[in-house]
Design a protein around this ligand. Structure first.
Ligand code: ADP
Ligand code: MG
Length: 570
């Protein structure tokens, strides 16, 4: 018996629908990219499951997506013969948003349409984007694990509710039937649809097919056939060849950009990309992109990573965390290898020579690509740094093997300009070092202002020695793992026995010793008054304008680190 149930969408879905319909009207066509990409995912999932259970294919082994236009009924139907969904799956997948961090995302929305529409692009609109163009959506689906009488029909007008009913469906997979809104006429046009497919789905590894109209045979007066009769048939309209398997030289920038939008679900072009066929002990192809904008959940270290794993062109998994270190979690793209077994699991990936080698190779590629950008286009690099710099700063701690490579990519504010923009590289700094200077000096403080105005800088300013001004939360962590750069040690200026080496003139030293004698008694009184709160009070010649400053011993935790630990409840 067909059992129809009415359900309300999860609150977040209602919000998403509302937002999408009102902010994405200028970019309507993306609904097709999302639905075709879901169909392609469904085919990937079936192919993957069938690796261990070939019977899942049944009689229907050629996976494809079909798009049909019905002008009379104003519908557009996207059908796949992929994995399909059970009733339970329909309920969760098409009634809620299952992504982690959804609540935080909705917390970030401002009500400002322009801003929110950008955010929503980063969040990923997915299935619900159907309602950008449709006033009614029907989904008919049957799971590869169920028989034809266990099909499910889902229906909604996108207004807060949906219905679910049992149905009969002979073919495995999913049909998405969109009843188009009045202002979405353009998507009843065959040519327009082909254009969109061409733009976004050309390089999916699944054939996308459209119905080719039957053409009657026509003859001229002499009885010669001028238009051959054609059977109406499904015609594949994309190349169906995975982009990354093609030769680099034959792929245009435009193609790389559109492919990025499909894999990363981004609205914007990528900042840069790198496509590599690696041969040698291990063979693999990688296509790695750096986005222009940060995803909304960049700061969630558990967020899904953006690199997909393929084995022999078969999609294996999203977010294969073994393929990219956490500090490069903003990288999107894929790695395809012939060297892993098709039934590879996350457990196998974890401790695997091949994975390690692909990860090392890809990490180096990304660092190289960034280095090149920094060299070729400082302005673009600055944009990258402002967006992802703080993530990259996690690098020296996580990846000691690439510490020097990462260090070259870092940018800091410095007393050279006294501006807040982080645009000084360690190489710039080293180039400007004074005669006799053998260290790179820096200060870490709570804010840029506090760093810039710290009394500990006075002696450096007086002597014209540059100091890096660090004030991000991550900076203390960064500096505790970055003690050297090109054989020069990095030295905090708020550390105890600051040794300026050859930069300290003899005069200063003599002065210091003299003062120490002269102020001996006062120092003892200060120490007594401050008691437990300090370890030692001493005279310094480092200050020029301020009467006193707080410093830490070389082996002690810095004041910043102490604050961080305290905040973390330690
Ligand atoms: P995402 O694709 O990012 O997971 P979507 O909103 O596009 O998010 O889709 C939500 C979920 O609905 C998918 O994860 C998938 O489980 C299911 N789904 C959507 N379309 C299909 C389809 N054509 N076949 C099978 N499952 C689908
Ligand atoms: Mg999707």
């Amino acid at each position: 018996a067909a059992q129809t149930e009415k359900h309300g969408f999860q609150t977040e879905v209602k919000q998403l629908l509302n937002l999408m319909i009102h902010s994405l009207y200028s970019n309507k066509e993306i609904f097709l990219r999302e639905l075709v990409s879901n169909a392609s995912d469904a085919a990937d999932k079936l192919r993957f499951k069938a690796l261990s259970d070939n019977s899942l294919y049944g009689e229907d082994g050629e996976l494809r997506v079909r798009i049909a236009i019905d002008k009379d009924n104003r519908t557009l139907t996207i059908s796949d013969n992929g994995i399909g969904m059970t009733r339970d799956e329909v309920m969760t997948n098409l009634g809620t948003i299952a992504k982690s961090g959804t609540a935080e995302f909705f917390g970030q929305l401002s009500g400002d349409e322009a801003k929110d529409s950008k955010l929503i692009g980063q969040f990923g609109v997915g299935f619900y984007s159907a309602f950008i163009v449709a006033d009614e959506v029907t989904v008919r689906t049957r799971s590869a694990y169920e028989s034809p009488e266990h099909g499910v029909e889902w229906h909604s007008k996108g207004e807060g509710e949906f219905e679910v009913a049992d149905t009969q469906k002979s073919q495995r997979g999913t049909d998405i039937i969109l009843h188009l809104k009045e202002d979405a006429d353009e998507f009843l046009d065959d040519f327009r649809i082909r254009g969109v497919i061409n733009k976004y789905s050309e390089h999916l590894s699944i054939p996308v097919q459209m119905w080719k109209e039957a053409v009657e045979e026509q003859k001229n007066d002499d009885g010669e056939v001028i238009t051959p009769a054609q059977e109406a048939q499904w015609e594949t309209v994309n190349s169906g060849q995975a982009l990354w398997t093609r030769d680099k030289a034959d792929i245009s920038d435009e193609e790389y950009k559109e492919f990025y939008k499909t894999v990363a679900h981004d609205f914007d072009d990528p900042l840069l990309w790198s496509h590599n066929k690696v041969e040698g002990t291990h063979e693999y192809t990688s296509l790695l992109y750096i986005p222009k904008r940060a995803p909304w959940d960049l700061w969630n270290r558990e967020q899904q990573q953006g690199v997909k794993l393929y084995v022999k062109r078969v999609f294996i998994m999203d977010d294969a965390e073994q393929l990219m270190p956490t500090y490069l979690r903003f990288v999107k793209g894929l790695i395809d290898t012939n060297d892993l077994p098709l039934n590879v699991s996350r457990e196998i990936l974890q401790d695997n020579k091949i994975t390690r080698s692909m990860r090392n190779g890809s990490t180096k590629k990304v660092l190289q690509m960034l280095k090149k950008l920094a060299k070729d286009d400082a302005e673009q690099y600055q944009g990258f740094w402002d967006t992802f710099g703080n993530v990259l700063k996690e690098g020296p701690a996580e990846d000691s093997g690439n510490r020097e490579r990462i260090a070259e990519l870092l940018r800091f504010a410095s007393t050279h300009t006294d501006e807040q923009t982080q645009n000084v590289s360690l190489d710039d700094y080293v180039e400007r070092m004074k005669e006799g200077q053998d260290k790179i000096f820096y200060i870490v403080a709570d804010s840029f202002e506090a760093a810039k105005n710290n009394p500990a800088l006075e002696i450096f300013r007086k002597k014209g020695i540059e100091v890096l001004l660090l004030s991000e939360r991550i900076d203390e962590w960064l500096m505790s793992h970055l003690t050297e750069f090109k054989e020069k040690s990095l030295q905090s200026v708020t550390r105890g026995d600051l040794d300026l080496g050859d930069l300290d003139d003899e005069n200063d030293k003599a002065e210091q010793e003299k003062s120490e004698e002269a102020f001996k008694e006062q120092l003892e009184r200060f120490e007594k008054a401050l008691g437990e709160r300090v370890k030692k009070v001493r005279v310094t010649h480092r200050l020029t304008n301020s009467p006193a400053c707080i410093i830490t011993d070389d082996n002690d935790m810095s004041t910043q680190m102490a604050k961080l630990m305290e905040a973390a409840g330690q």
